[in-house]
Ligand binder design. Sequence first.
Ligand code: ATP
Ligand code: MG
Length: 421
Amino acid sequence: MAKNIQGIRGMHDVLPEQTARWQFVEQHIREVLGAYGYQEIRLPIVEKTELFKRSIGEVTDIVEKEMYTFDDRNGDSLTLRPEGTAGCVRACLEHGLLHNQTHRLWYFGQMFRYERPQKGRYRQFVQLGVETYGMADADIDAELILLSRRLWLRLGINDSVELQLNSLGTIAERAVYREQLVAYFNAHLEQLDEDSQRRLQSNPLRILDTKNPGMQALVEAAPKLMESLGEESIAHFKRLTDTLDALGIAYTINKRLVRGLDYYSKTVFEWVTTELGAQGTICAGGRYDGLIEQLGGKPNYAVGFAMGMERILALLENREDLDNKQAVDAYMILVGEGAQKAGVLLAEEVRDCLPGLRLQMHCGNASFKSQFKKADKSGAEYALILAEDEVQNSQVSIKFLRTDQPQCTVSTAELIEMLKQ
Ligand code: ATP
Ligand code: MG
């Protein structure tokens, strides 16, 4: 026998019994985004490698070591998207959506990063991305946080997550801060690990994001960007926290929150949980006003976030009520050749009349007993039985699989009436 071919490490199948949970979350996502007037945008999974290099930044984990990059047959370098923001900005620029307009957009789909697979960290994973364009004030920053929180409430996970906020200021303010930070780390050079020494020149803010436990004390004592913000950045941040305060939404200010990507400015936020071990961030985002210009557009405002679906699903792990228990309402049993022929017609007629009914018809020749077992296993409420007698009399028998109501034999019209109720 030929050897089985396995799936790729870090890339997962979602089996039929698990899809109901995904659909449950997806349904709430659509409803919540709809409630705030957001529109869906669908984007390609592959983009030019250059797009990610230019937007995410050359000196980031993603671009340095996590991208799935390949040459296509023309020799163009392409990359499976590691995140959606770059592609979304690219598409909006390409189609002229960013001239004197505001947009509230979302997308949902697979992202790819060559990371070490572990719980909550995969090589193919699914993100919901939400991006807004053309809005300068902190009211839109707040809206994104309110929207994500509404989703946690809907999903019943609000008590498991905490909101962390920071402000990264403007690009000019960050440049000043960067000098201070480099001076500080230079004074403690021997305490920096290899990665951080390398980053000291290229991207020193990223050192603050280190996961190395040996460097925590050093990073903790580093100068804080929040303390060197200008008036406008402070006012922007205050407007956001005032809104959250007015709505009674709890948050902590995490002055070390810098996010992994280069393109953020002013507001950054993360929703984190302590229930998933090291992979605690379920949703992260912020303002990225500089990116549109960086990708060749006119300067414009942008705020967004991305949410990791697998981590949300992991928080819902013990919600057995969400499992796919019952895929069908009725199961049609067909005994004999005549019944098999008549059954197709009857099943189609029932589906015409009752579009909401989930009716599964037995396919293939099998004994009544074995078909009956399948009907029971399907989770259906009713077995609709067609044997030679029923076919002769243009009738159908109904057996109630979940109640002790007695079996009955009725006409097609009566059947449809009964199923309607
Ligand atoms: P982390 O710090 O966990 O590596 P990140 O900063 O790289 O996250 P983002 O690029 O901001 O993550 O992506 C937003 C969200 O997407 C994360 O908060 C997380 O929920 C999810 N996510 C990111 N990488 C992965 C992955 N490899 N597998 C599963 N989910 C992921
Ligand atoms: Mg990461």
